[in-house]
Write a protein that binds this ligand. Sequence first.
Ligand code: BES
Ligand code: MN
Ligand code: ZN
Length: 497
Amino acid sequence: MDLAVAVVAPQALAEDKTPAIIVAARGKTLSDSAAALDAASSGALAAALASAGFDGKPGQTLALYALPGIKAGLVLVVGAGDAAEISLQAWHKLVLAAVKALPGRMGKALSTLAELPVAGRDVNERISDQARFVLEAGYRFDEYKSKKPAAGDLLSKLTLAIADKAGLKAAKDALVWGQCIGTGQSFARDLGNQPGNVAYPGYLAEMARAIGEDGDVKVEVMGEEELRKLGMHCLLSVSAGSQHDAQLVTLNYQGGKAKDAPVVLVGKGITFDTGGISLKPGAGMDEMKFDMCGAASVLGVMAAIKLARLKLNVIGVIACAENMPSGTATRPGDIVKTMSGQTVEILNTDAEGRLVLCDALTYVERFKPAVVVDIATLTGACVVALGKVASGLFSPQDELAEELLAAGQRVDDRAWRLPVWDDYQELLDSPFADIANIGGPTAGSITAACYLARFTKAYSWAHLDIAGTAWLSGAQKGATGRPVPLLLEFLRARAAG
Ligand code: BES
Ligand code: MN
Ligand code: ZN
């Protein structure tokens, strides 16, 4: 969809030729734009709201057609609640609701929602938020559907109105940034939604190569032969049962000064997680195609920062493998050597995410990173603890943890911190090797993070467990593209210094 910003004062709305206009009602109080349209229609707008019993709760919408005195054929009123400041969560919800309620046949629409007071968001942020929420709301994955909606049934353009002419340049920049986030998020969703019989490790490598095509991002792909030479036997133990080779892919974006230490993002890319010989139960196993969403978020971020030309050095690494049972698969009890030299007793082949990540985390030491953030659909226990609202955040460094939490807050892609205290480390003791790959029935997300902590001592590090947040189940099944917004906001703030 085409997005634009334009200066449109509330007084000019009644004469505006855009076929649909979005305005807000804050509880029973009309927004400035809604009030201007109400005046132009001699009170018809307010009367229609009253007779419909519209009370302006966040996300409630009402479509009013052919109001007298107004050129637009449709005025869509969206509820914004009656709080003095709209919370970011309510804001997110109401923009999504407004866009979803717009009939596509209107073709073009104008949103006045940037005039609303949103907690902690200035007008430019309200523009970039809208841009990315609109892309989020309009996202579809119908590649495999025989019947697709006709172009005429889809909205073609949305213009975001601001009142102040002097703010136009900044608002346009904000729009572009919002579009970059939305594009990165959609990219990650597309990859996540691909079925396991398409998105093999080699497919993710191809998608990475596509990001590198025009030269702004350098891409390097390593197959199993090279991984063996590097001593990544732990990563290779995960793909041992699969017909498809593991791949370690590095994407290098140099937007900063050559001497600046890079931010390194490491993504778990299990293209399908059957559990291996420790086979998962059948119910819902299809959702394990989403087990590469960490890698997908890294690719989404790299695609977006390239578009945004962010002034920062960022390296993305994705560790891709398929976890399958077969005669060549790793057995419970097998002992493998990691690239770090530490040995691992694989007590459960379903705890494979940490097995691919630990070698990738050792590998990235060579980049002398400023910080490393890994992103992984790592544990079911994280879904138990935090549900689908917050990603789990783990870091031994308070400052880095705060930075990531704050970034997530600002863009409504929140994380919540859990400890990685050494007190939990003994749960990973093995009688036969340096470490076991599972820690027993308690504190499953923490022991997974503690496992990773043994491989991240050379740099400052954080781990995001996105098992709950990377996709939705049930009627809304599909990848969410989280935590692309959190990561991009984290990087933007770092680039701004
Ligand atoms: N990919 C799963 C984690 C997962 C499970 C994410 C359910 C989202 C929903 C991971 O590889 C896994 O299987 N983890 C095990 C670890 C256990 C064997 C210690 C788990 O969480 O059950
Ligand atoms: Mn698993
Ligand atoms: Zn997994």
